[in-house]
Ligand binder design. Structure first.
Ligand SMILES: [Fe+2]
Ligand SMILES: [Fe+2]
Length: 339
C-alpha cells in the first residue's frame, strides 16, 4: 500500500486549524498588462465569449429554491443517495446506524468543497484578466469571473439555507489555490485552474447531478457543470501549442507544478474531515477511502478529463504518467492505451 502523506510534516500544507480563519491571504508579485491591440475578434476564444454571454442564468430566479431539503432525513440508495454508496457493506468504517448521517455529511462536504473551489475559480480567473496579454482572453476571463460569482452564490445559498452545515476548505484544495495565487506566470494559473481544478470539478459536478439525493442540488450542479465545460475549453484553447515553444527549463517548471497539483488533489479525496467530524476512526477511514475499489474508481473517473486535456497540451510526460499510476488515479493498462 502507498504510504499516506505526512501532512503535519509538510510546512506548505494547511492544517485544518489554519483554514478555520475567515481569510486566506496570498502574497504575490504579478505583472498586470494592458493590450492596445483590440484585433478582429474572430478567434476561438471570442466565440467562447459569445457563448458565455448567451448562456448566463440567474441564481436567484432560475433555481427552484422552494424545494424543501431536510438535512438528516432518511436517505437510501433508492431515493438518489448513490454517491455515498461506497460506504455500505462489510469493511466500512461507517456503522449501519450512521449511514444516513454519513450520506448527509458527505453531501455537505462535497458541496462545501464545490463552494470553496468556485471561490478559488472566481479569484484565480480574475488574476488572468490582469495578467494574460491577449485581449480576447482577458475579455473571456472577465465573463468567466461573472460565471464563478454566480456559482459561489448558488452553492453558498444551498449550503447555508438548505444544509446548514459547511466544512472548511480541504487542505489539498486550499494549498493548491495558494500555489496558483502565488504564481506570476499566467499559463500556470490556467494549468492549475482551467485544467486541473475545473477538469476535476466538471466530472464531480456531473456525477453529483445524478447521484445526490435532492432535486435542488441536482439542478444546481447540472447548471454549473454546463458553464464549466466552456471554462475548460477556454483553458485548452489558450494553452494549445504553447508548450511546444518553451525551453526545457520552462517545461520542467510546468511539470513540477503539475506533479504537485496531482499529489494535492489526490489527497483531497481521503475524506479525513468527514471521519473527524463523525468521530469515527480517522486512520481506518483514510485507509478505507484510499483502498476501497469504488472510491478508487471515483477518483479515476474524476481524473479522466484532466488526463485527456494534459494529453492534448503535450503535458502528459513520463513523470506525470508515473505519478498518476502510483496514486491509482488511472489504471496502468488505461494509461498504456493513451497516446
Ligand atoms: Fe465554477
Ligand atoms: Fe469554472
Amino acid at each position: 500500500m502507498t504510504a499516506l502523506p505526512d501532512e503535519a510534516a509538510d510546512p506548505t500544507f494547511f492544517t485544518l486549524e489554519s483554514v478555520k480563519a475567515d481569510l486566506m491571504e496570498v502574497e504575490s508579485l504579478t505583472r498586470a498588462c494592458l493590450n492596445w491591440d483590440y484585433g478582429k475578434r474572430d478567434s476561438r476564444v471570442w466565440s467562447l465569449y459569445e457563448k458565455n454571454k448567451a448562456s448566463q442564468w440567474n441564481a436567484t430566479t432560475d433555481i427552484d429554491w422552494d424545494h424543501d431539503v431536510r438535512f438528516g432525513s432518511e436517505l437510501t440508495e433508492e431515493n438518489g443517495a448513490k454517491l455515498a454508496s461506497f460506504v455500505v457493506g462489510e469493511g466500512s468504517p461507517v456503522p449501519p446506524e450512521l449511514l444516513t448521517r454519513f450520506r448527509w455529511e458527505y453531501q455537505a462536504w462535497m458541496c462545501s468543497q464545490f463552494l470553496h473551489g468556485e471561490q478559488g475559480a472566481l479569484v484565480t480567473t480574475a488574476r488572468l484578466v490582469e495578467t494574460v496579454p491577449d485581449m480576447d482572453a482577458k475579455t473571456y476571463a472577465a465573463s468567466q469571473v461573472a460565471d464563478e460569482a454566480r456559482h459561489v452564490e448558488a452553492f453558498a445559498r444551498y449550503v447555508d439555507e438548505k444544509l446548514g452545515v459547511v466544512y472548511p476548505v480541504n487542505p489539498g484544495l486550499g494549498t493548491l489555490l495558494h500555489d496558483v495565487l502565488s504564481e506570476s506566470r499566467w499559463d500556470i494559473v490556467y494549468l492549475g485552474m482551467q485544467v486541473v481544478m475545473e477538469g476535476l470539478a466538471i466530472t464531480g459536478l456531473r456525477l453529483a447531478s445524478s447521484g445526490f439525493g435532492d432535486p435542488l442540488i441536482r439542478q444546481i450542479t447540472r447548471m454549473v457543470a454546463s458553464d464549466e465545460a466552456r471554462h475548460i475549453a477556454f483553458g485548452v484553447t489558450a494553452l494549445t501549442g504553447m508548450y511546444q515553444q518553451v525551453t526545457s527549463a520552462e517545461l520542467r517548471d510546468r511539470e513540477d507544478f503539475l506533479l504537485e497539483a496531482i499529489r494535492l488533489m489526490s489527497r483531497r479525496f481521503m475524506l479525513r474531515e468527514l471521519w473527524e467530524r463523525m468521530d469515527l476512526d480517522v486512520e481506518l477511514g483514510v485507509r478505507f477511502a484510499r483502498t476501497n475499489p469504488m472510491m478508487a474508481t471515483y477518483r479515476q473517473l474524476l481524473f479522466q478529463q484532466v488526463i485527456h486535456v494534459l494529453r492534448q497540451l503535450g503535458m502528459l510526460s513520463e513523470k506525470v504518467k508515473e505519478l498518476l499510476i502510483a496514486e491509482n488515479l488511472v489504471r496502468a493498462e488505461t494509461m498504456a492505451a493513451v497516446r
